[in-house]
Write a protein that binds this ligand. Structure first.
Ligand code: NAP
Length: 289
């Protein structure tokens, strides 16, 4: 990729950032689509976030991704936010736009919501209007529960979490209109809900590299061929949860397509063109297993 005086930078703001796949994804996509941008990872400590965001504007950055631990704090520093960001109270994408008076406007979006929905498109009829179980109540669970309760119209969503009070707070903060039934249970009580759900989503890091022998559902007998089991983890692609669910006949989905789809939504915002997904998918595979 040729970097010239016209190249505009885009940053990942997080802490830590050294294992992120986003620089790989976006730089391949910029190169393949001949877009004049470069993506760099910036390790930003919590107290430095406001300075880092103001710096994006001052230095002519096109935007940024925001990751742990800044997704919620960054939202407070935006001039405009999308409805998904308002509902989930978190952003993962910033676009720097010029306002009418020439000032920089920071626009925040949560492309995890779009990414989760887009990744389910090939099997959408299996998830629309069906019961779902979401394990976890962190940032990713917020986006998933919001997507289930809105676009995917889940008939009922159960959130199983090791901190049910925190999960209950997350559900009330989602600012939903009450049209969708959402219940919270303790992680220890998830088995019957896993049996009854059509879609089961792991939104915890349990099973992620390097703890690949861990699983959030120890009794895999809850799964059958009726289940679609989705693990948001993308390293490894085949987690223990997915292996055991597949052995019971369930359809399984790993986090790679959501990772790609949330990146593609951010890429389109910054560049105005579609991400060359096949090129990026091929390059990504080599880094995952
Ligand atoms: P997060 O905000 O830190 O939330 C993690 C959640 O998992 C919290 O609810 C936490 O419970 C729970 N948890 C952590 N360790 C646990 C354990 N040992 N047992 C039970 N629950 C546990 O993280 P996140 O951003 O939501 O990410 C969660 C996972 O999704 C990660 O693996 C991440 O890589 C993946 N992810 C994938 C994509 C994608 O595009 N594929 C996007 C976002 C995230 P407490 O609240 O009690 O701590």
């Amino acid at each position: 990729m040729k970097i010239t005086a016209d190249t505009r930078p885009i940053a990942l703001l997080g802490h830590p950032v050294e294992h992120s796949l986003s620089p790989l994804i976006h730089n391949i996509a910029f190169e393949k689509s001949a877009q004049p941008f470069v993506y760099v990872a910036a390790d930003v400590r919590e107290g430095d976030l406001p300075t880092a965001i103001r710096g994006l504007g001052a230095l002519g950055f096109r935007g940024a991704n925001v990751t742990i631990p800044h997704k919620r704090a960054a939202m407070e520093l935006m001039d405009e936010v999308t409805p998904q960001a308002v509902a989930t109270r978190a952003i993962n994408t910033i676009t720097c736009e010029r306002g009418p008076d020439g000032d920089i406007l920071f626009v925040g979006d949560n492309t995890d919501v779009t990414g989760f929905i887009a990744s389910l498109q090939p099997m959408i009829e299996r998830v629309m209007d069906r019961p779902a179980l979401v394990i976890g109540s962190g940032g990713a669970a917020r986006a998933v529960v919001y997507a289930l309760a809105t676009t995917l119209r889940a008939s009922r969503t159960v959130v199983a979490a090791r901190s049910p009070e925190k999960a209950q707070r997350m559900v009330s903060e989602l600012a939903l209109d009450g049209a969708s039934e959402i219940d919270v249970v303790d992680l220890g009580q998830l088995a019957p809900h896993a049996s009854q759900a059509t879609l089961v989503v792991n939104a915890t890091p349990v099973g992620m590299h390097p703890d690949v022998d861990a699983t959030p559902i120890s009794d895999a007998s809850v799964f059958s061929s009726n289940h679609l089991v989705y693990d948001l983890i993308y390293r490894p692609r085949r987690t223990r949860l997915l292996r055991e669910a597949a052995d019971r006949g369930a359809t399984v989905v790993d986090g790679t397509e959501m990772l790609l789809a949330q990146a593609a939504a951010a890429f389109a915002r910054w560049t105005g063109v579609e991400m060359p997904l096949d090129d990026v998918r091929g390059a990504l595979q080599a880094f995952q297993d």
